[in-house]
Structure formats: structure tokens, C-alpha cells
Unconditional design. Structure first.
Length: 97
């Protein structure tokens, strides 16, 4: 059977491993407060973010992620405009200054 090459991020069939531990109620409340501060959707997302940050991964807050998404959107529009200018120039429709 021939394998079809795909573009983009490779699919992962591995859903990851579950990690669990018991903590006193006081530590759980502190963990929940930190998850709220990080803007995590769930306790699991919050703990995952903390572990990733402690491991040296680049992790953004929800607010920063939203701002970066806006920037990505604007850059995409700029790239489209530049491509249209290049296409017009290559076809001789745009004056080269």
C-alpha cells in the first residue's frame, strides 16, 4: 500500500499519558487559583501549562494567544496583498517604481 504524503503537522495517534497525584485541600485550592490566573479552561489544562513552562516550553496566556492570533490574521492579509502585487508586477500590470 502506498503512503500518501500530507502537508502540515503530523497526526498523533498517541493521546498522551495520564498523570495523577493526591494533594491536600489547601494545595488543590492554590492549584485552582493558579489555573484561574493562567486562564486555563480546566484544571488539566492549567497543570499541563505549568508543567510545560517548568520544562522550558514556550507557553502563552489566553490573552497573549488571542493577541498573537490577531497578529497572525493581519500578517495573512498583508501576505495576500504582497502576493497580488507580485502577480500583477510579473504580468506587467503594475509599474515598477
Amino acid at each position: 500500500m502506498q503512503q500518501v504524503l500530507r502537508r502540515g503537522r503530523p497526526r498523533s495517534d498517541d493521546k498522551g499519558q495520564v498523570v495523577s497525584c493526591r494533594v491536600p485541600a489547601e494545595e488543590l485550592h492554590a492549584c485552582d487559583a493558579l489555573c484561574t490566573q493562567l486562564g486555563a479552561k480546566s484544571r488539566s489544562d492549567g497543570v499541563r501549562s505549568v508543567v510545560r513552562m517548568a520544562s522550558g516550553f514556550l507557553e502563552f496566556s489566553r490573552e497573549d494567544s488571542a493577541k498573537l492570533e490577531e497578529i497572525r490574521y493581519e500578517l495573512g492579509k498583508i501576505v495576500t496583498n504582497v502576493n497580488q502585487i507580485a502577480l500583477a508586477a510579473n504580468r506587467g500590470r503594475a509599474p515598477m517604481v
